[in-house]
Design a protein around this ligand. Sequence first.
Ligand SMILES: *Cc1c(COP(=O)(O)O)cnc(C)c1O
Length: 367
Amino acid sequence: MANGVHFRTTRAEINRAALTHNAKIMQSLSAPAHLLGVVKADAYGHGMLVAARAIDEYVDAFAVAFIDEALLLREAGFIKPIVLLEGCFSAAELPICAHYNLQPVVHEQSQLDAIATAKLVRPLSVWLKVDTGMHRLGWDPERVVAVYAELSACPQVTSITLMSHFANSGEDEHPVTQLQRQRFAAACAQTKVLHQSLGNSAALTSSLKDYEQLSGHWLRAGVTLYGVNPDMQKQVHAELRPVMRLVAPVIALRHIAEGERVGYGSGWIAERPSLIATLAIGYADGYPRHCKSGTPVLIHGQKAPIAGTVSMDMITVDVTDIEGIQVGDEAELWGPHLSVHEIAEHAGTIGYELLTRVSARVPRVEV
Ligand SMILES: *Cc1c(COP(=O)(O)O)cnc(C)c1O
Protein backbone atom coordinates (compact mmCIF):
# COMPACT_ATOMS: atom_id res chain seq x y z
CA MET A 1 0.00 0.00 0.00
CA ALA A 2 3.02 2.30 0.32
CA ASN A 3 2.70 5.21 -2.12
CA GLY A 4 -0.44 3.65 -3.49
CA VAL A 5 1.53 0.72 -4.95
CA HIS A 6 0.12 -2.73 -4.34
CA PHE A 7 2.24 -5.82 -4.82
CA ARG A 8 -0.43 -8.21 -3.59
CA THR A 9 -2.90 -8.60 -6.45
CA THR A 10 -5.92 -9.30 -4.23
CA ARG A 11 -8.40 -6.59 -5.21
CA ALA A 12 -11.97 -5.51 -5.66
CA GLU A 13 -12.44 -4.59 -9.30
CA ILE A 14 -15.08 -1.90 -9.66
CA ASN A 15 -16.70 -1.85 -13.06
CA ARG A 16 -17.55 1.76 -13.70
CA ALA A 17 -19.47 1.06 -16.91
CA ALA A 18 -21.67 -1.39 -15.01
CA LEU A 19 -22.44 1.26 -12.39
CA THR A 20 -23.47 3.73 -15.05
CA HIS A 21 -25.50 1.06 -16.81
CA ASN A 22 -27.34 0.16 -13.59
CA ALA A 23 -28.00 3.81 -12.78
CA LYS A 24 -29.56 4.29 -16.22
CA ILE A 25 -31.79 1.28 -15.64
CA MET A 26 -32.88 2.50 -12.23
CA GLN A 27 -33.55 5.93 -13.66
CA SER A 28 -35.80 4.50 -16.36
CA LEU A 29 -37.55 2.17 -13.90
CA SER A 30 -38.27 5.01 -11.51
CA ALA A 31 -39.27 7.66 -14.06
CA PRO A 32 -41.20 9.87 -13.87
CA ALA A 33 -40.29 9.76 -10.19
CA HIS A 34 -37.00 11.28 -9.05
CA LEU A 35 -34.15 8.94 -8.24
CA LEU A 36 -32.10 9.14 -5.08
CA GLY A 37 -28.75 7.36 -5.50
CA VAL A 38 -27.81 5.81 -2.17
CA VAL A 39 -24.01 5.91 -1.73
CA LYS A 40 -23.74 5.47 2.05
CA ALA A 41 -21.13 3.16 3.57
CA ASP A 42 -18.57 4.02 0.90
CA ALA A 43 -21.13 3.16 -1.79
CA TYR A 44 -21.77 -0.26 -0.26
CA GLY A 45 -18.03 -0.91 -0.20
CA HIS A 46 -17.44 0.06 -3.83
CA GLY A 47 -15.82 3.45 -3.16
CA MET A 48 -18.10 6.46 -2.75
CA LEU A 49 -16.39 8.89 -5.08
CA VAL A 50 -15.94 6.36 -7.87
CA ALA A 51 -19.59 5.40 -7.58
CA ALA A 52 -20.86 8.97 -7.32
CA ARG A 53 -18.92 9.94 -10.43
CA ALA A 54 -20.34 7.04 -12.40
CA ILE A 55 -23.98 7.68 -11.45
CA ASP A 56 -24.02 11.48 -11.03
CA GLU A 57 -25.66 12.11 -14.38
CA TYR A 58 -28.53 9.68 -13.75
CA VAL A 59 -29.63 10.50 -10.22
CA ASP A 60 -31.45 13.59 -9.00
CA ALA A 61 -29.79 13.56 -5.59
CA PHE A 62 -27.51 11.41 -3.45
CA ALA A 63 -28.28 9.82 -0.10
CA VAL A 64 -25.84 8.95 2.67
CA ALA A 65 -26.36 7.90 6.27
CA PHE A 66 -24.87 10.94 8.01
CA ILE A 67 -23.16 14.27 7.48
CA ASP A 68 -19.53 13.11 7.46
CA GLU A 69 -20.26 11.00 4.40
CA ALA A 70 -22.00 13.93 2.72
CA LEU A 71 -19.07 16.28 3.32
CA LEU A 72 -16.74 13.87 1.50
CA LEU A 73 -18.98 14.23 -1.55
CA ARG A 74 -19.02 18.03 -1.27
CA GLU A 75 -15.23 18.19 -0.84
CA ALA A 76 -14.91 16.15 -4.02
CA GLY A 77 -17.03 18.71 -5.85
CA PHE A 78 -20.41 16.98 -6.20
CA ILE A 79 -23.17 19.56 -6.28
CA LYS A 80 -26.44 17.64 -6.31
CA PRO A 81 -28.56 17.67 -3.15
CA ILE A 82 -27.58 15.09 -0.53
CA VAL A 83 -30.09 13.50 1.84
CA LEU A 84 -28.88 12.47 5.31
CA LEU A 85 -30.89 9.33 6.01
CA GLU A 86 -30.33 9.42 9.77
CA GLY A 87 -30.65 13.19 9.91
CA CYS A 88 -28.48 15.30 12.21
CA PHE A 89 -27.00 14.06 15.47
CA SER A 90 -26.59 17.59 16.85
CA ALA A 91 -27.75 21.17 16.25
CA ALA A 92 -24.21 22.11 15.22
CA GLU A 93 -24.77 20.29 11.92
CA LEU A 94 -27.68 22.46 10.80
CA PRO A 95 -25.69 25.51 9.61
CA ILE A 96 -23.44 23.11 7.67
CA CYS A 97 -26.52 21.51 6.11
CA ALA A 98 -27.79 24.93 5.09
CA HIS A 99 -24.43 25.95 3.67
CA TYR A 100 -23.90 22.77 1.64
CA ASN A 101 -27.50 21.99 0.67
CA LEU A 102 -27.64 18.81 2.72
CA GLN A 103 -31.19 17.64 3.38
CA PRO A 104 -31.57 16.02 6.79
CA VAL A 105 -34.22 13.48 7.63
CA VAL A 106 -36.19 14.60 10.69
CA HIS A 107 -37.31 11.57 12.63
CA GLU A 108 -37.06 12.59 16.25
CA GLN A 109 -38.09 15.35 18.67
CA SER A 110 -34.58 16.66 19.39
CA GLN A 111 -34.03 17.12 15.64
CA LEU A 112 -37.27 19.05 15.34
CA ASP A 113 -36.39 21.27 18.32
CA ALA A 114 -32.95 22.00 16.87
CA ILE A 115 -34.45 23.13 13.57
CA ALA A 116 -37.10 25.25 15.27
CA THR A 117 -34.46 27.24 17.15
CA ALA A 118 -31.70 27.30 14.52
CA LYS A 119 -30.36 30.48 12.95
CA LEU A 120 -29.56 29.64 9.35
CA VAL A 121 -28.22 31.57 6.37
CA ARG A 122 -30.75 29.84 4.15
CA PRO A 123 -33.68 27.52 4.81
CA LEU A 124 -33.41 23.75 4.66
CA SER A 125 -35.17 21.12 2.64
CA VAL A 126 -35.98 18.32 5.05
CA TRP A 127 -37.32 14.79 4.85
CA LEU A 128 -39.93 13.94 7.45
CA LYS A 129 -39.81 10.28 8.35
CA VAL A 130 -42.90 8.40 9.38
CA ASP A 131 -42.66 5.14 11.32
CA THR A 132 -45.23 3.12 9.39
CA GLY A 133 -44.35 -0.20 10.97
CA MET A 134 -40.62 -0.92 10.87
CA HIS A 135 -40.18 0.72 14.28
CA ARG A 136 -36.61 1.79 13.77
CA LEU A 137 -36.79 5.50 12.88
CA GLY A 138 -39.63 7.94 12.39
CA TRP A 139 -42.64 9.61 13.90
CA ASP A 140 -45.68 7.79 15.05
CA PRO A 141 -48.35 8.29 12.34
CA GLU A 142 -50.58 10.01 14.89
CA ARG A 143 -48.01 12.76 15.38
CA VAL A 144 -47.18 13.35 11.74
CA VAL A 145 -49.80 16.00 11.02
CA ALA A 146 -48.70 18.12 13.98
CA VAL A 147 -45.00 17.73 13.21
CA TYR A 148 -45.60 18.50 9.56
CA ALA A 149 -47.51 21.66 10.52
CA GLU A 150 -44.75 22.74 12.88
CA LEU A 151 -42.05 22.22 10.24
CA SER A 152 -44.13 23.96 7.58
CA ALA A 153 -44.44 27.00 9.82
CA CYS A 154 -40.66 27.14 10.39
CA PRO A 155 -38.91 29.89 8.44
CA GLN A 156 -35.85 27.61 8.58
CA VAL A 157 -37.61 25.06 6.36
CA THR A 158 -38.31 25.56 2.68
CA SER A 159 -39.62 22.14 1.61
CA ILE A 160 -40.70 18.87 3.18
CA THR A 161 -40.64 15.39 1.68
CA LEU A 162 -42.58 12.75 3.56
CA MET A 163 -40.80 9.39 3.70
CA SER A 164 -40.98 5.95 5.22
CA HIS A 165 -39.10 2.67 4.85
CA PHE A 166 -40.37 -0.87 4.29
CA ALA A 167 -39.50 -3.62 6.74
CA ASN A 168 -40.17 -6.26 4.05
CA SER A 169 -39.36 -4.43 0.89
CA GLY A 170 -40.29 -6.25 -2.27
CA GLU A 171 -42.81 -8.44 -0.46
CA ASP A 172 -46.00 -6.87 -1.68
CA GLU A 173 -48.24 -9.49 -0.08
CA HIS A 174 -46.65 -9.29 3.36
CA PRO A 175 -49.27 -8.05 5.85
CA VAL A 176 -46.80 -5.54 7.32
CA THR A 177 -46.09 -4.14 3.84
CA GLN A 178 -49.78 -3.61 3.28
CA LEU A 179 -50.15 -1.96 6.67
CA GLN A 180 -47.16 0.28 5.99
CA ARG A 181 -48.64 1.33 2.65
CA GLN A 182 -51.96 2.21 4.24
CA ARG A 183 -50.37 4.21 7.02
CA PHE A 184 -48.08 6.06 4.62
CA ALA A 185 -50.92 6.86 2.24
CA ALA A 186 -52.96 8.17 5.16
CA ALA A 187 -50.10 10.38 6.35
CA CYS A 188 -49.64 11.77 2.82
CA ALA A 189 -53.36 12.46 2.51
CA GLN A 190 -53.64 14.12 5.92
CA THR A 191 -50.66 16.40 5.36
CA LYS A 192 -51.43 16.96 1.64
CA VAL A 193 -47.65 16.70 1.17
CA LEU A 194 -46.34 17.34 -2.35
CA HIS A 195 -43.19 15.23 -2.20
CA GLN A 196 -43.03 11.70 -0.91
CA SER A 197 -40.66 8.74 -0.87
CA LEU A 198 -41.39 5.17 0.12
CA GLY A 199 -39.61 2.52 -1.95
CA ASN A 200 -35.99 1.39 -2.02
CA SER A 201 -34.34 -0.95 -4.54
CA ALA A 202 -36.57 -3.92 -3.81
CA ALA A 203 -39.73 -1.89 -4.25
CA LEU A 204 -38.39 -0.69 -7.57
CA THR A 205 -37.55 -4.07 -8.99
CA SER A 206 -40.31 -6.15 -7.45
CA SER A 207 -43.43 -5.27 -9.38
CA LEU A 208 -45.04 -2.95 -11.81
CA LYS A 209 -47.73 -2.22 -9.28
CA ASP A 210 -45.22 -0.62 -6.96
CA TYR A 211 -43.72 1.33 -9.76
CA GLU A 212 -47.05 2.82 -10.68
CA GLN A 213 -47.91 3.64 -7.11
CA LEU A 214 -44.61 5.29 -6.44
CA SER A 215 -44.26 7.26 -9.65
CA GLY A 216 -44.18 11.01 -9.42
CA HIS A 217 -42.18 11.00 -6.21
CA TRP A 218 -38.74 9.89 -5.02
CA LEU A 219 -37.36 6.37 -5.23
CA ARG A 220 -34.29 5.39 -3.26
CA ALA A 221 -31.96 3.02 -5.05
CA GLY A 222 -28.99 1.52 -3.25
CA VAL A 223 -28.02 -2.07 -3.82
CA THR A 224 -29.37 -2.26 -7.36
CA LEU A 225 -26.94 0.47 -8.44
CA TYR A 226 -24.22 -1.99 -7.54
CA GLY A 227 -25.85 -4.65 -9.68
CA VAL A 228 -27.10 -6.78 -6.84
CA ASN A 229 -30.59 -8.14 -6.47
CA PRO A 230 -32.11 -6.83 -3.25
CA ASP A 231 -34.16 -9.98 -2.76
CA MET A 232 -32.29 -13.26 -2.39
CA GLN A 233 -35.36 -15.30 -3.27
CA LYS A 234 -35.93 -13.73 -6.65
CA GLN A 235 -33.98 -13.59 -9.86
CA VAL A 236 -31.62 -10.68 -10.31
CA HIS A 237 -33.37 -8.01 -12.31
CA ALA A 238 -32.42 -9.23 -15.74
CA GLU A 239 -30.54 -6.20 -16.94
CA LEU A 240 -28.53 -5.29 -13.85
CA ARG A 241 -24.78 -5.91 -13.98
CA PRO A 242 -22.74 -6.73 -10.86
CA VAL A 243 -20.23 -3.96 -10.25
CA MET A 244 -17.75 -5.54 -7.84
CA ARG A 245 -15.54 -8.47 -8.69
CA LEU A 246 -13.51 -9.67 -5.71
CA VAL A 247 -10.33 -11.34 -6.92
CA ALA A 248 -7.45 -13.17 -5.20
CA PRO A 249 -4.42 -15.02 -6.55
CA VAL A 250 -3.36 -18.60 -5.90
CA ILE A 251 -0.14 -18.25 -3.91
CA ALA A 252 0.56 -21.94 -3.19
CA LEU A 253 -0.43 -25.39 -4.45
CA ARG A 254 0.17 -28.74 -2.79
CA HIS A 255 -0.80 -32.37 -3.25
CA ILE A 256 -1.92 -34.09 -0.09
CA ALA A 257 -2.63 -37.73 0.62
CA GLU A 258 -6.03 -39.17 1.47
CA GLY A 259 -6.73 -38.73 5.18
CA GLU A 260 -4.62 -35.57 5.56
CA ARG A 261 -6.31 -32.61 7.20
CA VAL A 262 -6.32 -28.94 6.11
CA GLY A 263 -6.38 -25.66 7.99
CA TYR A 264 -6.95 -24.42 11.55
CA GLY A 265 -8.69 -26.99 13.68
CA SER A 266 -7.84 -29.64 11.08
CA GLY A 267 -11.53 -29.83 10.27
CA TRP A 268 -11.33 -30.69 6.58
CA ILE A 269 -10.20 -34.24 5.78
CA ALA A 270 -9.11 -35.32 2.29
CA GLU A 271 -11.34 -38.18 1.14
CA ARG A 272 -9.01 -38.82 -1.79
CA PRO A 273 -5.55 -37.66 -2.83
CA SER A 274 -6.22 -33.93 -3.25
CA LEU A 275 -4.79 -30.76 -4.72
CA ILE A 276 -5.10 -27.80 -2.37
CA ALA A 277 -4.74 -24.19 -3.56
CA THR A 278 -4.01 -21.41 -1.07
CA LEU A 279 -5.50 -18.03 -2.02
CA ALA A 280 -4.34 -14.66 -0.69
CA ILE A 281 -7.59 -13.48 0.84
CA GLY A 282 -8.98 -13.97 4.32
CA TYR A 283 -11.33 -12.59 6.89
CA ALA A 284 -9.14 -9.51 7.42
CA ASP A 285 -10.02 -8.63 3.83
CA GLY A 286 -13.71 -9.07 4.51
CA TYR A 287 -14.05 -12.60 3.20
CA PRO A 288 -16.39 -14.04 5.85
CA ARG A 289 -14.96 -16.54 8.30
CA HIS A 290 -18.48 -17.96 8.54
CA CYS A 291 -18.02 -19.49 5.08
CA LYS A 292 -17.60 -23.16 5.84
CA SER A 293 -15.87 -25.82 3.75
CA GLY A 294 -17.85 -26.24 0.56
CA THR A 295 -18.36 -22.53 -0.12
CA PRO A 296 -17.50 -22.08 -3.81
CA VAL A 297 -14.80 -19.92 -5.35
CA LEU A 298 -14.44 -19.58 -9.09
CA ILE A 299 -11.14 -20.66 -10.70
CA HIS A 300 -10.68 -21.17 -14.43
CA GLY A 301 -14.42 -20.53 -14.75
CA GLN A 302 -15.22 -23.53 -12.52
CA LYS A 303 -16.49 -23.69 -8.98
CA ALA A 304 -14.12 -25.17 -6.43
CA PRO A 305 -15.02 -25.65 -2.76
CA ILE A 306 -13.25 -24.05 0.19
CA ALA A 307 -11.46 -26.75 2.20
CA GLY A 308 -10.87 -25.84 5.85
CA THR A 309 -11.50 -22.71 7.87
CA VAL A 310 -10.98 -19.21 6.50
CA SER A 311 -7.79 -17.71 7.95
CA MET A 312 -7.04 -14.04 8.50
CA ASP A 313 -5.12 -13.63 5.23
CA MET A 314 -5.76 -16.84 3.32
CA ILE A 315 -8.23 -19.50 2.32
CA THR A 316 -7.55 -23.04 1.16
CA VAL A 317 -9.51 -24.50 -1.73
CA ASP A 318 -9.90 -28.05 -3.05
CA VAL A 319 -8.91 -27.72 -6.71
CA THR A 320 -8.43 -31.44 -7.37
CA ASP A 321 -10.98 -31.34 -10.18
CA ILE A 322 -9.62 -28.27 -11.91
CA GLU A 323 -7.23 -28.78 -14.81
CA GLY A 324 -3.97 -26.96 -15.25
CA ILE A 325 -4.07 -24.73 -12.23
CA GLN A 326 -0.88 -22.84 -11.39
CA VAL A 327 0.46 -20.48 -8.76
CA GLY A 328 -0.46 -16.96 -9.86
CA ASP A 329 -3.82 -17.96 -11.32
CA GLU A 330 -6.66 -15.77 -10.12
CA ALA A 331 -9.93 -16.71 -8.47
CA GLU A 332 -13.20 -14.77 -8.29
CA LEU A 333 -14.63 -14.79 -4.77
CA TRP A 334 -17.79 -13.05 -5.95
CA GLY A 335 -18.72 -10.93 -8.92
CA PRO A 336 -20.34 -11.25 -12.34
CA HIS A 337 -19.83 -15.00 -12.49
CA LEU A 338 -20.43 -15.94 -8.86
CA SER A 339 -23.27 -14.17 -7.11
CA VAL A 340 -22.47 -12.44 -3.83
CA HIS A 341 -25.84 -13.78 -2.61
CA GLU A 342 -24.63 -17.34 -3.04
CA ILE A 343 -21.60 -16.63 -0.87
CA ALA A 344 -23.76 -14.70 1.60
CA GLU A 345 -26.00 -17.73 2.01
CA HIS A 346 -22.98 -19.83 2.93
CA ALA A 347 -22.02 -17.14 5.46
CA GLY A 348 -25.53 -16.92 6.92
CA THR A 349 -25.95 -13.29 5.87
CA ILE A 350 -26.96 -11.09 2.94
CA GLY A 351 -25.01 -9.71 0.01
CA TYR A 352 -25.25 -6.16 1.41
CA GLU A 353 -23.14 -7.14 4.41
CA LEU A 354 -20.43 -8.85 2.38
CA LEU A 355 -20.10 -5.90 0.01
CA THR A 356 -19.91 -3.30 2.76
CA ARG A 357 -17.38 -5.31 4.75
CA VAL A 358 -14.68 -5.66 2.12
CA SER A 359 -11.94 -4.11 4.20
CA ALA A 360 -9.73 -1.10 3.56
CA ARG A 361 -6.70 -3.24 2.81
CA VAL A 362 -8.33 -4.51 -0.38
CA PRO A 363 -7.62 -1.98 -3.12
CA ARG A 364 -10.62 -0.89 -5.18
CA VAL A 365 -9.47 -0.94 -8.77
CA GLU A 366 -11.58 0.76 -11.41
CA VAL A 367 -11.91 -1.27 -14.58
C1 LIG B 1 -29.95 2.22 2.75
C2 LIG B 1 -31.30 2.76 2.53
C3 LIG B 1 -31.92 2.65 1.26
C4 LIG B 1 -31.33 1.87 0.12
O1 LIG B 1 -31.79 0.54 0.21
P1 LIG B 1 -31.47 -0.54 -0.92
O2 LIG B 1 -32.18 -1.75 -0.48
O3 LIG B 1 -30.00 -0.71 -0.96
O4 LIG B 1 -32.01 0.04 -2.18
C5 LIG B 1 -33.13 3.28 1.08
N1 LIG B 1 -33.74 3.94 2.09
C6 LIG B 1 -33.19 4.03 3.32
C7 LIG B 1 -33.92 4.75 4.39
C8 LIG B 1 -31.96 3.43 3.59
O5 LIG B 1 -31.42 3.51 4.81
